[in-house]
Ligand binder design. Sequence first.
Ligand SMILES: Cc1cc2nc3c(=O)[nH]c(=O)nc-3n(C[C@H](O)[C@H](O)[C@H](O)COP(=O)(O)OP(=O)(O)OC[C@H]3O[C@@H](n4cnc5c(N)ncnc54)[C@H](O)[C@@H]3O)c2cc1C
Length: 357
Amino acid sequence: MNALLQKPKWREGSILLIDPLDAPKRTWCFWEKDKGSWDQLTYKIWEKGNFYDPMGKLDLQMEGYSYKMIRSEDFLEHFLDKINQFENLSLIKEIATEVDITKKVVSTEKNKIEAEYIFDSRFGLSEIESCEQPTVLQHFKGRLVKSSTPIFDESTFTMMDFRTVSNSHCSFVYVLPFSAYEGLVEYTFFSPEVLKEEEYDQLINHYLHKIYPDVQFSEIGSEQGVIPMSTYDFSQYNSSSYCKIGTAGGWVKPSSGYSFKMAEKKSKQLVENLSNGKRLDQGVKSKKYLFYDKVFLSILQNENELGNQLFIEMYRKNRASKIFKFLDEESSITEDLQIIRRFKSKPFLRAINKEFL
Ligand SMILES: Cc1cc2nc3c(=O)[nH]c(=O)nc-3n(C[C@H](O)[C@H](O)[C@H](O)COP(=O)(O)OP(=O)(O)OC[C@H]3O[C@@H](n4cnc5c(N)ncnc54)[C@H](O)[C@@H]3O)c2cc1C
């Protein structure tokens, strides 16, 4: 919707949003160079970042990038305001129960709506469960804590902390400090199967106890999620008037699980295609990055215990700014090779052999 509104041409047509708007609150973080189009909605910006492994702390060389956070409630409020401002925008707070791609009709419990174009963000994990493409899940629980003493440096976020994790699975702790006393401590896995809720709780307790042995914490909030990381062909049902978007459209970066900035880019491309009469998803996926993602995910799926070491190698041997550019799919071949050649090659060769030969 936002990308459509940027083009005068699409401000004329009527845009209907069907969404019950009952998704749980969450926070979206992303890195970005300089000022960005979401700055007015940003809740917190970190100019500095770090990374911990058993060798100690590494300060991330951000070189112009900052890490930004948006709260879903602020995002929603902003767009509800827009819906009220623009006459051609409307909202039905219902669940879409069926989409007839050929007849171009969306059904809800109470309505049947015909549309020239349909953008569909319905997604269920079952869609990718038994797919043949490399697939893992980014699954996590985060606890918003308040500490008894000032322990956080609110100017610096922690991208990954490997100091307390087991190496049997790819997992790390992610920390977003909001003040000296408050921060989100998130235990994250990139692995094939989710854990029981109490297992994440135990792991967060272990982290807090080990890193801050003499500090008391109270819990003031939490968040939890499962994000698919897959090179599954999400676009197979797309047509000239129907397009899957968001997670359902494969807009989550398969090797990182980040999606917010990807969604901004991909929806711009989609609207460009729409304006120029091209297939809606043309150019939305890059073959080069799909290849990299497939190889990396194959290692995570088949040799998950190597994951921590891969991330440690990546952050220890490359500047964070270069990693961000690579993960944003904005790097040149020369820059890609600089990153790729710094990894130990054997797991990658095994993955290429498995997926491509
Ligand atoms: C706790 C948490 C933290 C996260 N943190 C980050 C982060 O820091 N950075 C990042 O990039 N990503 C993050 N993510 C992932 C990110 O939220 C998702 O990848 C992204 O929101 C996917 O976009 P989407 O449009 O597919 O889904 P959503 O944002 O979930 O939007 C889908 C919308 O479709 C609606 N909908 C679904 N089914 C129907 C239906 N049948 N009928 C009508 N409406 C329907 C839902 O109500 C929802 O509003 C996080 C996810 C969670 C859960």
